[in-house]
Design a protein around this ligand. Sequence first.
Ligand code: NAD
Length: 437
Amino acid sequence: MQPTEKPAEAVARLRATFRTGRTRTLSWRTEQLHGLRAMLTGHRQELAAALHADLGKSEREAFRTEIDFTVREIDHTLERLEGWLRPEPVDVPEHLGGASAWTVLDPLGVVLVIAPWNYPLQLLLAPVAGALAAGNCVVAKPSEVAPATSRAIAGLLPRYLDRDAVTVIEGAVPETTALLEEHFDHIFYTGNSTVGRIVMRAAAEHLTPVSLELGGKSPAFVDRGTDLAAVAARLVSTKFLNAGQTCVAPDYVLTDPATARELEGALASAVRELFGADPATSGDYGRIINERHFDRLTGLLGSGRVVVGGDSDRAQRYLAPTVLAEVAPGSPVMAEEIFGPILPVVEVDGLDEAIAFINDRDKPLALYAFTESVLTRDRLTTETSSGGLGFGLPVAHLTVPDLPFGGVGESGMGRYHGRYSLETFSHRKAVLDKPLG
Ligand code: NAD
């Protein structure tokens, strides 16, 4: 945003740009994507430093899960955009003989992207890339909870993108509340479901469609008879990524009592293997975003028997990768999304009880399962509902650009990544042409 500009003025300026029609052209869209790419690749170190300041993310993790992730998303789109934008013909029924019909993707106008703090770069700029690819003007609102990343993006973005079409508005609740009073053509929000409801209410005033990318407790079912060392390695590397502050992290493990006993040991070994005997000294292990979340998380440690971890240092916002065993379904750690480095193991009697357990709760953003059984896979696919479903490897489905990423029910609505971003930020317009002759 320009220094003295109010949200209403910024939106009006962007809308005037949209009206010129220049954002509709393929050349404008690709220029913006190349600009965003140049910003990310040209300032890799600076952006990684900001992510380190906010979340203690290692450079490697910052590159892999934020900067390079977004670059790959942009490249995937750049390679295919022209094809995706081609009109798609459809069959015409007999009574309209001689007519032809097709659909075209129409940009929506001015869209608002609101991002959270946990992947503060990726979760702002991947949707922004989709909105630009679709030919829109964009107001980008980074999270104030990750202030270094917010400042870095606000400083860099205007140097690389069309300033009259893309603007960054930094701020917290008052600034976002003021923004939400404006009329947007789409609002793309990532964050918690309480604020998701606020966003949706505000959007309803203008009949603005929303995408809500929310969270929830994503279960990981471990079947008996699977290779538990391999399961533990994959659970640990995905759960404790970004110190557990990942929307699609496995929130808790569901397994039978005998498997639980064996898995505990395997999880403890996998934690030591990945982060060493003292994870506080590991360069690969992140920190909790702030004291409020640190206090919330340490308050959950009493919910089960500590198998590994449990130690913490408030001054460093350090909480060790922790596994809790014998966790009761009604315990505090099972009440809400953990969003931190605590992995509870909850015991169920087998697949039937696991499915009932999942279906008794809100629909999660992801469901994971480790099983060799085709029947178990089929049953989990057809008898449960979740945003995504991962067999054998948590989190990774969101790195496949041709897979839609999004939630269902309490974990959100709408989807994006790759072609799905283009669909989200466009209107698929129906066209019919029947010659007069
Ligand atoms: P956050 O506190 O950064 O809030 C998200 C955004 O909402 C911020 O930009 C913030 O400024 C804005 N906001 C906060 N309060 C507001 C209000 N009262 N009115 C208007 N705007 C407001 O992030 P968070 O909500 O703590 O993020 C964590 C949650 O997000 C978790 O539940 C997590 O699972 C979810 N999440 C989901 C995804 C996904 O892709 N589905 C990704 C990451 C995080």
